[in-house]
Ligand binder design. Sequence first.
Ligand code: TRP
Ligand code: SF4
Length: 364
Amino acid sequence: MSDKKILDPWSSEIPSDYKAVMKEFGIGEITSDLLSRLPSHRLFRRNIIFAQRDLGRIVKAIEAKKEFAVLTGIKPSNFFHIGSKVVVDQINYFQSLGGKVFFCVADIEALHTNGMPPEETAGIAVDNVADIFALGIDPKKSVVYKQSENTRVLQLATACAKNVTNNMLRAVYGEHEIGHYISALIQVGDILLPQMPEHGGPKPVLVPVGIDQDPHLRLTRDIAEKHKLILPSSTYNKFMRSLSGSAKMSKSEPQNMMTLSDEPKEAAKKLMRAFTGGRNSIEEQKKLGGEPAKCVVYDFLLYLLEDDDAKLKKRFEDCRAGCIICGDCKKDVANRLVKFLESHRKKKKKYMDIAAKTLEKGAF
Ligand code: TRP
Ligand code: SF4
């Protein structure tokens, strides 16, 4: 194996240097030209979506009112964690700009990379899909499916395996069990699905993901080129950190993860224990100010709970000036979190049956 750096989609590390990763793999920035051609969105303004491949192709399709798709997926290995909402927000945004939505429940990937067979993840899959519907994805206007039951995706994965060598996979992903590579090929199938004839044929497809998923995009782009399909575009969002502030929020560190299914009061308690950018004492905090850029509680406002940029900025500045102390700040954020989770729960309840029926549809 070469000493070229590798991004591993199955690890829970956050890349320490996003810029270096972008340079290494030729991932582009979100340029001011792209930004000026898209309706303003909080996730772009706050630089949470910070990088892209061929986003220009999607912008052109929007401008020309041409068909395009927007697609992402989730592994049903656990409840939907709060950091993943960023991806659903993007799907909603691009849907509102005319994108046709595809959403994949990656139960084969959960089998191979988490050791959880589809029978075991079926219940979580329904729960996850109810979450995305409650977050705004329209069940009537989207294609939502499980990998294990979408024969077209499985066919595509099999067909795409032709010409993919061991060396290629090793170069892109590093050394892994074959099951991981199989999941990767199925994900290629997911990403190419919107370009199949039954979905209207070749078209631009945008895949919003965390940057750890870029290896899948590189592989898919390579294969798309060979099959005369349009290379998929992608946007990359930053990860919400775990409550301990150490790594990305992930299902592998459950005590420091928060999900959309958490009992609201428990979630509030977890938040009260989260890592902050506060000082050792109130006196010190008043004197030196806090460090919001390091603070997980501030991240909750940034990613999720404060829509108003001016109010967010004020919190940042009040914290830095030592005008606000962590106890009060956390209580405020915890209250907002409880409200958000309670309202989400109510909406989600209504979608549980629809989610179950959507996934029951079986083969496509
Ligand atoms: N691999 C993704 C994850 O681990 C899930 C996924 C499956 C996906 N298929 C996809 C993401 C297609 C984007 C596009 O969460
Ligand atoms: Fe974080 Fe709020 Fe404390 Fe500042 S005051 S460090 S934003 S919890």
